[in-house]
Design a protein around this ligand. Structure first.
Ligand code: GTP
Ligand code: MG
Length: 204
């Protein structure tokens, strides 16, 4: 799929104020600084559509971007951001949970994981929860340009082993680098396929 247009639509704290559920949408989640906003920019083929930062905690709202006038990319705040207050963390958590459990046009959630780290409890627990809530998700490993290919495969294997302790099979996996644009085509193909099965009448 070619990206022809990518535009910012709206930022919200409340899922109820998000755009009408008439188009398929794909949201990006993961720990702060994992590379959600950067990956959205790489997919949309734009430098500054979503705001990125070297410091964690940059994205604090539910941000909708419309692609090709036909589907939405959604940038979410990171979870587990330690440098914010406990109250703020709970607010983010509740905002994200409500969005994830109520948004009927959410075709798939992309759960981002930094390939450099070994499996982290916070991410494993988050994916468990998505499984329980029956929210479809895939795993996206980010920042693969920062490791050698051998190390990427080693870390990936560790993750698969950890996932298979709780799951019968691992969800779909994407291996990406926003820096080098690795894995972007695969994600776009995945989205293109899912767009075809989107039925807006199901969301009414
Ligand atoms: P929050 O909005 O704070 O939750 O962070 P985020 O997950 O949106 O991360 P963001 O995209 O802002 O990226 C965080 C930092 O990681 C920035 O300095 C990016 O330049 C860097 N980064 C993101 N993706 C990549 C990548 O694929 N490779 C490299 N080398 N750096 C990356
Ligand atoms: Mg961000």
């Amino acid at each position: 799929m070619k990206i022809k247009t990518a535009e910012f639509i709206v930022s919200n704290t409340d899922y109820k104020l998000c755009p009408k559920e008439t188009l398929a949408e794909y949201a990006f989640i993961g720990r702060s600084n994992v590379g959600k906003s950067s990956l959205i920019n790489a997919i949309a083929n734009q430098k500054e559509l979503a705001k990125t930062s070297g410091k964690p905690g940059k994205t604090q709202l539910i941000n909708h971007f419309k692609i090709n006038n036909n589907w939405f990319l959604v940038d979410l705040p990171g979870y587990g951001y330690a440098a914010t207050s406990k109250i703020k963390r709970e607010e983010f958590k509740s905002m994200i949970n409500k969005y994830l459990t109520n948004r009927k046009n959410l075709m798939c959630l992309f759960v981002l994981l930094d390939i450099r780290h070994k499996p982290q409890t916070i991410d494993l627990e988050f994916m468990q929860k998505m499984g329980k809530e029956q929210i479809p998700f895939v795993m996206v490993f980010t920042k693969t340009d920062k490791l050698s290919q051998t190390q990427v495969w080693k870390n990936l294997k560790k993750y698969k082993i950890e996932m298979l302790k709780k799951w019968e099979f691992t969800p779909d996996i994407f291996i990406t680098s926003s820096e080098k644009k690795t894995g972007i085509k695969d994600i776009l193909n995945f989205i293109e396929t899912h767009n075809k099965s989107f039925d807006p009448t199901f969301c009414q």
